[in-house]
Write a new protein. Structure first.
Length: 498
């Protein structure tokens, strides 16, 4: 480490916390712009050590009774809840979410641990007696071996918790590669799992960027890869890992449409839209980043929406003393990219109805801030309409009817989420039936699924077959064995007579 003030960022391999051999990128406190840690740069050597540790731990862990594996998760859930405030503070510090948002994200993560606690029930197989005379058939679900998780910056705790609790509860061992922008919270999560009684090697952590990821994708002992991040990287992960014979689930980026019909409740729609667009500073794959106002809906909601956006207080999230409504973006470069997309929209003819560029946070002048921004009159051909913005920017498009709105949403290359605000059952039904998205909201702005349902992105929002979370994830982390049994010899009576 360069400075004693930096938070250490060790690797975790085979149950040991390991000092990195070199460092790659800075980890910021985005509220102030200060560097708070350096993320180690890992390559083939670190990856090999971690995968070998996971492979060595697999036979004993696979044979540990599933109820014992679940008990580890029960203890873990308790410890995560006990250290809830520390985890929230860490997410807010390294990512910039407000404490309220951090709490929400950790709760979503806890729900995933709870789902994993139910693994003894999730692993039930099927049986069919007498499929032929005196022949029975049963299916059992068995773990794969070493699984890998590669996670993005925007949910430092929740996304890792989507993956390893269920993977290890199913009997796999795991190597986690957190985002190099937010590697610190995941270390607290691992520390708590260690405290819960994690056997050595069952969960390992490596750090780094592309070199580290590519070593994981190439390692012959890795059986499955769970990925969450941007679409181009998701596609790279999917293509490379499947070519190397691995199972892959790769969640990508998104552009989520929120259709507001003229009969929608204006106040509630505005409140939900503002939360969907500006919550987590728009840095979430389920952000409602494009509103399609149908007919008179624009006149009915836009003025209140602009008022709502202007009232959002932006500020630092790294101190519990004064929490704002919205925190900073992850880096200065990302803030500048988002501001650049707003400028490109303006240049292409859109109107900035609420401008968050140049927002000032006097007690943290070097933080990576951008205020809530509304860009009206966006057309599909514009750059800002096509690219994932991933910031507190709401695009507003105007359309004449529901058909036009659905068609526009369906032309997107993504397919993560889509919502409609209306008081009409038939309009809602038409929308949910026809819209091209895996997660649909009806009068719900952020229809992100909870732990018991799969996180069902479509098209460029997902590469793979079995999604993260829920029963699909249980299938992803297991392989089925079907056993057909016939016993020769005498009847049961012969045995009992002896
Ligand atoms: P990212 O794709 O830049 O990085 C994700 C992970 O991939 C990181 O761990 C990173 O180290 C690694 N990585 C980056 N470039 C790589 C490369 N060229 N080769 C191999 N690995 C590479 O994503 P991000 O900026 O950290 O996160 C934001 C993105 O994640 C957004 O697009 C967002 O929509 C998406 N996201 C999707 C979901 C979902 O469930 N669909 C959830 C959260 C975030």
């Amino acid at each position: 480490m360069k400075s004693a003030n930096l938070t250490p960022c060790p690797l975790f391999i085979g149950g040991e916390w390991i000092r990195p051999s070199g460092y790659g990128s800075p980890v910021y406190n985005p509220s102030t712009g200060d560097v708070i840690a350096e993320c180690p740069v890992g390559g083939a050597a670190e990856v090999d050590a971690a995968v070998e540790a996971a492979a060595a731990a697999f036979p004993a862990w696979r044979d540990t009774p599933v109820v014992e594996r679940a008990r580890l998760l029960f203890r873990y859930r308790h410890l995560v809840e006990e250290d809830f405030d520390r985890l929230c503070a860490s997410v807010s510090r390294e990512h910039g979410k407000t404490l309220v948002e951090s709490r929400g994200s950790i709760y979503r993560g806890i729900e995933n641990i709870e789902y994993a606690c139910g693994t003894p029930s999730h692993l039930f197989g099927d049986t069919l007696e007498n499929i032929a005379r005196n022949v029975d058939c049963e299916s059992v679900l068995q773990p794969l071996g070493v699984c890998v998780g590669i996670t993005p910056f925007n949910f430092p705790a929740m996304v890792p918790l989507w993956m390893y609790p269920l993977a290890i509860a199913c009997g796999n061992t795991f190597v986690l590669k957190p985002s190099e922008k937010v590697p610190l919270t995941s270390l607290i999560l691992v520390e708590l799992l260690e405290k819960a009684g994690l056997p050595k090697g069952v969960l390992n952590v490596v750090h780094g960027g592309r070199e580290c990821v590519d070593a994981l994708l190439a390692h012959p002992k890795v059986r499955a890869v769970s990925f969450v991040g941007s679409s181009p990287v998701a596609k790279h992960i999917y293509d490379t890992a499947t070519r190397n014979g691995k199972r892959v689930q790769a969640n990508g980026g998104a552009k989520n449409y929120v259709v507001v019909m003229p009969d929608a409740d204006p106040a509630r729609s505005v409140e939900a839209l503002a939360t969907a667009a500006f919550g987590c500073a728009g840095e979430r794959c389920m952000a409602g980043s494009t509103a399609i106002a149908v007919g008179s809906a624009a006149e009915r909601i836009l003025p209140q929406l602009v008022d709502a956006a202007r009232s959002i207080k932006v500020g630092r999230t790294d101190t519990p003393m004064s929490q704002p409504d919205m925190g900073p973006l992850i880096t200065g470069a990302h803030r500048d990219r988002v501001a650049g997309l707003v400028a490109s929209g303006e240049k292409e003819g859109a109107t900035v109805a609420c401008d968050g560029r140049g927002v000032s946070v006097p007690d943290a002048p070097n933080g990576f801030y951008l205020g809530a921004t509304i860009v009206d009159g966006v057309r599909e051909s514009m750059n800002i309409a096509r690219e994932e913005v991933f910031g507190p920017v709401l695009n507003v498009m105007r359309m004449d009817d529901l058909d036009q709105a659905i068609d526009a949403a369906n032309r997107s290359s993504y397919g993560n989420g889509a919502s409609i605000f209306t008081s009409s059952g038939p309009a809602a039904r038409e929308f949910k039936h026809r819209v091209k998205a895996g997660m649909v909201g009806i009068n719900v702005g952020v229809p992100a699924t909870m732990a018991m349902f799969p996180f069902t992105g479509w098209d460029a929002s997902f590469y793979g077959d079995l999604h993260i979370q829920g029963r699909e994830a249980v299938q992803f982390y297991t392989q089925q064995k079907v056993v057909t049994t016939r016993w020769f010899g005498g009847t049961v009576d012969d045995v009992w007579k002896k």
